[in-house]
Design a binder for this molecule. Structure first.
Ligand code: BGP
Length: 478
């Protein structure tokens, strides 16, 4: 008998902006994901920074010199039927992807959606279901329509909440009865870092001393937007499950010094802040104090508190990759400022893999909210080698995933309600942070290089057969 329930959703997760390509097909508008380029002039050594100033963004829109990997992805827009067949071959029970907001509303502020864009997702979602998988759909994943950024200033502008809700309404109505699991926003707690990709805030939108306030204002607007989506979903499709998503960023104290312990507690709370608001329905006292002491004055509209209170999320989606440690003397309260844990092995990108930390975080989130948890991402980015005889021996990836699934099993034994394990990413595609193809996560190798060259052929790695067996045995044979 398996520890996992019969209906446990084994599968994988991807994002539109890293996989689809076809950035200008069928009326799609540009989004925040489309302007991170390799600088050809610098011999592809440097990846241009995410976002930038307004002038840099305008320049990127018209640039013909750089290579923009996320505009091309792995061309999933045209290959999804064959790619999904490979996932079916592994026995996938669920598949998470996102909808590209600017395919549906190319500029973001139109009243009517782009029918051509919707038709693509009609077909993609039908195909996911026809291949025996439950679709898990992220409403947007680091790809705000660029026009909403340059013309409105992204989520910092309350008007964008209306545009987002209009977009979400179209999705909920169109996919009612087909999509049960929605994720309102990718990694909502990560927005202070990806403020451009996720919130649509650019570098010179305000003065540096006011940036933190602007970001938290945009986060507030996003909380309201998510709660309004929940409210709409209960009316449009009562079966729909609306989840929020965080990237696990729980820290360990670097020592047992009480100063480190309390500093870590405070910093972890500023991570829990996102889920505390979205599951408990109100701003926690520690966050209000932090805002007050740091000169952050949030503009809340009348009725916001009520909306947040009455529309908390149904489930928690998490991504989990690594843990970090904190030293009260060396670190600050700035988000994601931590140290590498000397007890853990570095991965090729110096993310410290920590399977026990996975058990720790699943337990923490379950203990805190008692809401179902969906593992929406977990995976190992590596430089894979395609052998001359057409094989990829990725035993390191198998070892990583095995150890993490073992720890997830421990949490299930404790009674943690885990809905799904969706590993990141079942097929190689453009990496989110580095913009490279060479940071690979897949069970399926894609023969494509950082500048888009290669045969694009799909090749089953060793991990493909391993994961197939994991699913076949419902997690018993690791
Ligand atoms: C998460 C993102 C994904 C993703 C993954 C791996 O934060 O939600 O989009 O790609 O991290 O990150 P990377 O591709 O930078 O290695």
């Amino acid at each position: 008998m398996s520890v996992f329930p019969e209906n446990f959703m084994w599968g994988g997760a991807v994002a539109a902006c890293q996989i689809e390509g076809a950035y200008n097909a069928d009326g799609r508008g540009l989004s925040t994901s489309d302007i991170h380029a390799y600088d050809r002039a610098l011999n592809r050594k440097k990846v241009k920074e995410r976002g930038g100033t307004r002038a840099q963004i305008e320049k990127a829109i018209h640039d013909t010199e750089g290579y923009y990997p996320k505009r091309y992805g792995i061309d999933f827009y045209h290959t999804y039927k064959d790619d999904l067949k490979l996932l079916k071959e592994m026995g996938f029970r669920a598949f998470r992807t996102s909808i590209s907001w600017s395919r549906i509303f190319p500029k973001g502020d139109e009243e009517q959606p782009n029918e051509k864009g919707l038709e693509f997702y009609d077909s993609l979602i039908d195909e996911i279901i026809a291949n025996g998988m439950e679709p898990v759909i992220t409403m947007y994943h680091y790809d705000v329509p660029l026009y909403l950024v340059t013309e409105y200033g992204g989520f910092a502008n309350r008007e964008v909440v209306d545009f987002y809700c209009n977009y979400a309404k179209v999705l909920l109505e169109r996919y009612k009865g087909k999509v049960k699991y929605w994720i309102v926003c990718n990694q909502i707690n990560y927005v202070p870092v990806v403020k451009f990709g996720s919130l649509g805030i650019y570098d010179d939108q305000t003065t540096p001393d006011k940036m933190e306030e602007l970001v938290y204002q945009a986060v507030h607007n996003q909380f309201v937007a998510c709660a309004l989506v929940k409210q709409m979903a209960s009316q449009i499709d009562p079966q729909a499950q609306i989840g929020t998503m965080i990237s696990d960023e729980i820290y360990y104290p670097a020592s047992c010094k009480p100063q480190d312990i309390v500093f870590t507690l405070k910093k972890n709370r500023m991570q829990y802040y996102f889920t505390d608001v979205q599951f408990r329905g109100a701003y926690p006292g520690y966050a209000l104090r932090y805002f007050k002491e740091n000169g952050i004055d949030l503009k809340m509209q009348e009725g916001d508190a009520e909306i947040l209170k009455n529309n908390t999320m149904d489930y928690l989606a998490i991504s989990y990759y690594y843990t970090k440690i904190l030293d009260a003397e060396k670190n600050s309260m700035v988000p994601f400022d931590g140290l590498q844990n000397p007890y853990l092995e570095p991965t090729p990108w110096d993310w410290r893999a920590d399977p026990l930390g996975f058990y720790y975080c699943l337990s923490e989130y379950w203990d805190r909210y008692q809401k179902p948890i969906m593992v929406a991402e977990n995976g190992f980015g590596a430089f894979d080698k395609l052998e001359e005889y057409g094989k990829v021996h990725d035993d390191y990836r198998i070892a990583f995933l095995r150890k993490h699934i073992e720890q997830m099993k421990e949490a299930v034994k404790d009674g943690v309600d885990i809905l799904a394990y969706l590993s990141w990413a079942p097929i190689d595609m453009v990496s989110s942070s580095s913009n490279e193809m060479s940071k690979r996560y897949g069970y399926i190798y894609v023969d494509q290089d950082d500048l888009g060259g290669g045969s694009k052929k799909r090749i089953r790695k060793d991990s493909f057969y391993w994961y197939q067996n994991v699913i076949r045995t419902n997690g018993e044979k690791l």
